[in-house]
Ligand binder design. Sequence first.
Ligand SMILES: Nc1nc2c(c(=O)[nH]1)N(C=O)[C@@H](CNc1ccc(C(=O)N[C@@H](CCC(=O)O)C(=O)O)cc1)CN2
Ligand SMILES: Nc1ncnc2c1ncn2[C@@H]1O[C@H](COP(=O)(O)OP(=O)(O)OP(=O)(O)O)[C@@H](O)[C@H]1O
Length: 211
Amino acid sequence: MSNTVTRRELRTARRQLHPRQQHQHAIQVRQHLSHQCWFLNAQHLAFYWPTDGELDLRPLLQYAHLHGKTCYLPVLKPQHTRWGRGKLWFARYQPGDSVQPNCFGIPEPRSRKFRLPWQLDLILLPLVGFDADAHRLGMGGGFYDRTLAPLQLRHSGRRPHLIGIAHDCQRVGCIVPKPWDIPLDAVVTECRIYCRQSSMRKPLVSYRTTI
Ligand SMILES: Nc1nc2c(c(=O)[nH]1)N(C=O)[C@@H](CNc1ccc(C(=O)N[C@@H](CCC(=O)O)C(=O)O)cc1)CN2
Ligand SMILES: Nc1ncnc2c1ncn2[C@@H]1O[C@H](COP(=O)(O)OP(=O)(O)OP(=O)(O)O)[C@@H](O)[C@H]1O
């Protein structure tokens, strides 16, 4: 099946989740993520504003904010800036801050306090599809891959944990990664954590919940 068809089907599936299920998944993911050491140890965390049936991370963002962490949301940078063409910056956001829609209609913070990927400890990425080895299929714009590409060149120093977030119904059999795809450390759903098998990082604890 082509990626276009797969994306269409998975986006339809997540949009069709009942608001009650959506809320339950958001609470379950908050519960699971808030116990992970890479969440507990992180000070600067990037979230996303949910759109099109994506798993809602706002309960986790609220929790993070209450626990003194600094939160960010992705912002599409204007084309003319050097770090801009098709890339994301991460703008400071705290619950209650005003937001404005970007060209895709996704709310973005108005804050001018930006961070680049290597200045963050944890980036939680939206995705359209994933497989059990934590390969990611996104919206098709390449925004996260372009933004995170410089991390591949950083063999030492600061590198954020990269964690995909999804509903379990977004899992597919196998995604063949493209050469430009930036590997995730894991994908977290309401059911469990799917760790990348080839990850050099300390393995994460996998869990399963009863729903
Ligand atoms: N919540 C959230 N924020 C995010 C992303 C995301 O996937 N989810 N992104 C992840 O990269 C970036 C935005 N990327 C996007 C890429 C394509 C479309 C999209 O809706 N495309 C439409 C066509 C819209 C148009 O051309 O006007 C479509 O596919 O139907 C939206 C966002 C940054 N912010
Ligand atoms: N590092 C990069 N430099 C330049 N172009 C890139 C880079 N990474 C991806 N792209 C381009 O972005 C386009 C979309 O890539 P892809 O289909 O993997 O997006 P995606 O990961 O699904 O989207 P998103 O990250 O926005 O959710 C591809 O045509 C690819 O050429």
